[in-house]
Design a protein around this ligand. Structure first.
Ligand code: UDP
Ligand code: MG
Length: 342
């Protein structure tokens, strides 16, 4: 065994779970996670110091209380509380940047993803992969609408030149060096599904069936989903901008031909020039295209604006580190809560 293989075999795993108003599923998630960690330790897949990092994304229900309680009663559990709701991608990044461990796996709190697949992910990590993507086998349980729009979206975004893994959400394993590479990305508009493939490093997929949410409701309403979808395109592809230019060229060529025809009719025939429709319709048509194009430009300008401000992507309110799980250093900018006195 080489030095590296040995290090990979003795890796501490940190599971990172963003939670937004998840009081209904958390007790079950905590139970299943600890069982899985026990199991993986027994079978030698992970080492001491493995644990779970829950990131409370500014929940307004009992989520943080449940996490705090778990850190006291359960040796695996650590908690990070964000100062306010920042959205799934930011919460996930907060967890990935804060959690310690030689290898990290991110997963949703609602147990929709088959968490036992983490064993296969670890096996792939031992085999030398730095990134392991969890890929959904089928989407039978999704609504027709969600399935068609989601799969259509993956296709479109791939056509636009964005490197994403088909049917992979944010259930993935990343090695320490992949995490360090991710940390070098300073963008504010986060689309982790696009950023991770852009890092490089050896990667592979494991497939799994996705279940229904264990309890509670989706925290991804259509509005948030559309925002994420737009981020995926505009953060990784400038094709929409180029498309505007192409559209302009196309319309220019068309109007050139059209004008030639109008001139020809005027000069060489006796036909009256068609009046109203032919002047009003292009007006609306061009007006519409212009507004749409300005809108697309605006999207990119807005993105640039947000990026130049370089505001923090999340602010940590407090962190509870479970000493028993072996994590001793404090992440920068966080406060350690004394478990006994709080
Ligand atoms: N989530 C979050 N912040 C938000 C919205 C969602 O941290 O603002 C978390 C949520 O708690 C869950 C994960 O992101 O762990 C995925 O959300 P959800 O399961 O509701 O999305 P869906 O599976 O319905 O797309
Ligand atoms: Mg879900």
């Amino acid at each position: 065994m080489t030095q590296e293989e040995k290090a990979r075999k003795n890796a501490a795993l940190a599971i990172v779970i963003p939670c937004y108003n998840e009081e209904e599923v958390l007790p079950e998630t905590i139970k299943q996670m600890s069982r899985l960690l026990d199991d993986m330790r027994e079978s030698g897949l992970i080492d001491d110091g493995s644990g779970v990092w829950f990131v409370d994304d500014g929940s307004s229900d009992k989520t943080w209380d449940l996490i705090t309680e778990a850190t006291i009663n359960n040796k695996y559990i650590n908690g990070i509380k964000l100062s306010r709701n920042k959205g799934h991608q930011n919460a996930l990044l907060a967890g990935l940047e804060t959690a310690e461990g030689d290898v990290l796996i991110s997963v949703d709190a609602d147990l929709q993803d088959d968490i036992t697949v983490m064993k296969q992910m670890m096996t792939q990590y031992h085999a030398g992969y730095d990134v392991v993507y969890g890929v959904r086998k089928a989407r039978e349980l999704d609504t027709r609408f969600k399935r068609i729009t989601a799969e259509g979206y993956y296709r479109v975004i791939q056509k636009l030149g964005v490197d994403v893994v088909f049917n992979h959400a944010d259930f993935r394993l990343m090695s320490r060096r992949a995490i360090e590479a991710l940390k070098q990305h300073e963008e504010v508009n986060l689309f982790l599904r696009g950023m991770v493939p852009a890092i490089g490093f050896p990667s592979t997929n494991v497939e799994y069936d996705r279940a229904e949410r264990f309890a509670g409701e989706s925290k991804y309403p259509l509005k948030k989903m559309l925002a994420l979808a737009a981020d995926g395109v505009t953060s990784f592809s400038a094709l929409p901008l180029r498309f505007i230019a192409l559209l302009g060229l196309f319309i220019f060529l068309f109007s050139f031909g059209f004008s030639t025809w109008v001139l020809w009719v005027r000069l060489f025939t006796d036909n009256a020039i068609p009046g109203w429709a032919s002047s009003v319709l292009p007006m609306y048509f061009l007006g519409g295209i212009q507004l749409l194009s300005i809108g697309v430009l605006g999207e990119y300008v807005a993105k640039t604006y947000m990026e130049t401000k370089k505001r923090p992507r999340y602010i940590i309110d407090k962190t509870i580190l479970n000493k028993e799980s072996g994590f001793k250093t404090m992440p920068a900018g966080s406060i350690e809560i004394d478990k006994v006195s709080s």
